[in-house]
Design a protein around this ligand. Structure first.
Ligand code: G3D
Ligand code: MG
Length: 183
């Protein structure tokens, strides 16, 4: 009688929410991460969309397959308190995105983090300074992001949904942080 050689790997699931001002690139980053594509045509969307991507992580030290359920906010103008509860309910981690070419979106990271902490407590948060490909238009420096990250206890990445720079890396670091906590 044959014995199966491979023991089934642990399989876990996590909810990740993207936050950040309108047009910073949240939907584009998700498309890049999940579908490995970038569409130049902007499609205004309404409601919330969830997509899934599977990555490998250490789950409290044990290798595991993690299904990341990625939640995208759409129509941020209508992002009222009622929607907020449902959006953040049970979130394990958050990617907070700003547009490196618009300073106000960087300052708003602070407000987004306060909202996240209020809604879901102390989950891992990673900052993404997005649109790093628009080199001549960048007005937010890596040092500023680093400082904000240190104050708000978040790692940060300079990303581009357009070129793909650091997109997988940012999602993986967040997945690793979620796996490290393992809850
Ligand atoms: P949102 O979901 O945060 O609202 P979107 O943002 O993903 O819809 O992106 C808003 C606009 O920024 C889109 O352009 C999109 O193509 C562009 N964008 C997103 N990420 C990047 C990036 O990394 N680099 C560059 N150059 N552009 C990016 P339009 O012009 O269609 O509004
Ligand atoms: Mg969007």
């Amino acid at each position: 009688m044959s014995v199966p050689e491979a023991v089934a790997q642990k399989h876990v699931k996590a909810k990740v929410c993207l936050v950040g001002d309108v047009a910073v690139g949240k939907t584009s980053l998700i498309k890049r991460f999940v579908l490995e594509s970038f569409e130049d045509r902007y499609v205004a969307t309404v409601g919330t969309k969830v997509t899934k991507k599977t990555v490998q992580v250490d789950w409290k030290g044990v290798p595991a397959t993690l299904d990341i359920m990625v939640w995208d906010i759409m129509g941020e103008k209508g992002f009222r308190a009622l929607l907020r509860d449902a959006y953040f309910e049970g979130a394990h981690g958050v990617l907070a995105v700003c547009d490196l070419t618009r300073k106000d979106t960087f300052y708003d990271l602070n407000n987004w983090v306060q909202m996240v902490r209020k809604q879901v407590g102390d989950v891992p948060i990673v900052f993404l300074g997005n649109k790093a490909d628009l080199v001549e238009r960048v007005v937010v420096s890596p040092e500023e992001l680093a400082r904000m990250g240190a104050i708000l206890n978040a790692k940060y990445f300079l990303t581009s949904a357009k070129t793909g720079r650091n997109v997988n890396e940012a999602f993986q670091i967040l997945a690793d942080a979620i796996g490290h906590r393992g809850d």
